[in-house]
Design a protein around this ligand. Structure first.
Ligand code: NIG
Ligand code: FE
Length: 412
């Protein structure tokens, strides 16, 4: 017999199951269940509804919480773009940047990503596993239950594989689901003797077969930017990987336009960053299956403009929001604070922001999650408050007290 558990009562329960995948959302669209409860059987949601009704129907269920305190339950959050597998520190880069040097200037002089590559190559696989788990625990405290994790600080065969193996092994040691992405195409490392295309060929011929053999991941990413990879290089690399069945995503339009248009043309699952996307690019996202992922942590870390989320939503795009947590451009790693600040600047409704870190973020990862719905894996977070809007109104200061992942209730 599978264990049946009744969680609640929640002053407000937000199942988020009825909301559109694309375009603007208004808070009136949220079908809030007042005094709600969630029944979980085994690892899955069996039913949501009014707590008192559920308590009668599932008399023998284990009751969790059962208090008169105000609580709000929302789907646990999804961070669909991170680089949390790294060693070393880039405090020096940060100091240079705030004193006026640009991200691209620091990278061109041998700092930036290459600095983290040096430290990550020196770290053992176990050290990387520990680093990932430290970061994942920080994200879990924010109510995040699914985290995408990129490689991309190894930039040679052995070190890229070491990163992906570390992500796989960390995934087995946390209740949070980690979704790996191969970012060997972050930049061509300084010690690779050959052109960008030769580097991408090496990844394709030497690293991808091992990734497939060891089933390390089914997603890949490429940084399309001056000083990283050009449009033609990205197009041919992406097409080759897509023909093998990889989901492709791109770091696009972070400093210059071009990448995001290409991502839409190729049918990438997402195009991430988009701080420099112009109106013509924004139009490409109209009804597009390519999710537009905003990374406010990178805007804040670099002191740059935000992704034009309002315009993207008004073009009926699917907009997700992620931390981009990494030691360089986005050192904060705080999704609730970042989503709140982005929402305040970009004029996003609370439900648009919430959708961006739940079911719309799930779409960027091509998974069915981010809702509290019958049959879905139980993943939800509980906040001690009477009003769901406080999650963003407090701009990151309100943290969940519990996150339920499958059949585990984690107290923060
Ligand atoms: O998403 N822009 C490229 N990659 C990362 C930053 C990586 C780094 O600076 O270490 C990003 O911003
Ligand atoms: Fe990134």
């Amino acid at each position: 017999m599978q264990r049946t558990t009744l969680y609640g009562p929640f002053s407000e329960l937000l199942p988020m199951h009825n909301l559109a995948m694309h375009g603007p959302l208004s808070d009136e669209d949220l079908l809030i269940i007042r005094d709600g409860g969630i029944v979980v059987e085994g690892e899955r949601v069996l039913e949501t509804g009014e707590y008192s009704e559920l308590a009668k129907k599932y008399e023998s269920a284990v009751q969790v919480f059962n208090t008169e305190e105000n609580m709000v339950a929302v789907p646990s959050f999804i961070d669909c773009h991170t680089h949390i597998c790294w060693a070393g520190s880039r405090a020096n880069d940060y100091a240079l940047r705030v004193a006026g040097k640009s991200y691209l200037e620091i990278a061109a002089s041998g700092g930036g990503i290459m600095d983290t590559v040096r430290a990550t190559r020196e770290a053992s696989e176990d050290e990387l596993v520990n680093a990932i788990l430290v970061h994942v625990n920080e994200l879990l405290k924010q109510g995040i239950g699914i985290v995408e994790v990129k490689s991309g600080y190894g930039l040679n065969k052995d070190a890229e594989l070491k990163m992906l193996r570390a992500i796989k092994s960390a995934n087995q040691q946390t209740p949070v689901d980690l979704i790996p992405t191969f970012l060997g195409a972050h930049i061509k490392p300084k010690d690779f003797e050959g052109s960008n295309s030769e580097y991408l060929d090496m990844l394709f011929e030497e690293v991808i077969p091992v990734i497939q053999k060891e089933e390390l991941c089914t997603r890949a990413d490429i940084f399309v930017e001056e000083g990283a990879f050009g449009l033609d290089e990205a197009a041919s690399y992406s097409k080759k990987l897509m023909s093998l069945g990889f989901d492709m995503t791109m770091h696009a339009d972070q400093f210059h336009t071009g990448g995001a248009k290409l991502a839409n043309e190729l049918g990438c699952v997402s195009a991430d960053h988009l701080e420099f996307s112009d109106d013509e690019t924004v139009e490409k996202f109209r009804d597009s299956s390519t999710v537009a992922v905003a990374l406010p942590g990178a805007s804040l870390g670099l002191g740059m403009q935000y992704t034009p989320c309002r315009k993207l939503l008004d073009q009926n795009a699917c907009v997700a929001i992620a931390t981009d947590w990494n030691p360089g451009s986005a050192p904060m790693g705080d999704l609730l604070t970042q989503a709140s600040l982005l929402g305040a600047s970009e004029k996003l409704s609370i439900s648009e922001t919430l959708a961006g870190i739940t079911f719309r973020a799930a779409r960027a990862l091509r998974i069915d999650a981010g809702k509290i719905e019958k049959g879905t894996t139980a993943r939800f977070s509980v906040f001690k408050t009477s009003d769901y809007r406080n999650i963003f109104y407090y701009q990151g200061r309100l943290r969940p007290t519990h996150t339920i992942l499958r059949n585990e209730c984690i107290q923060h």
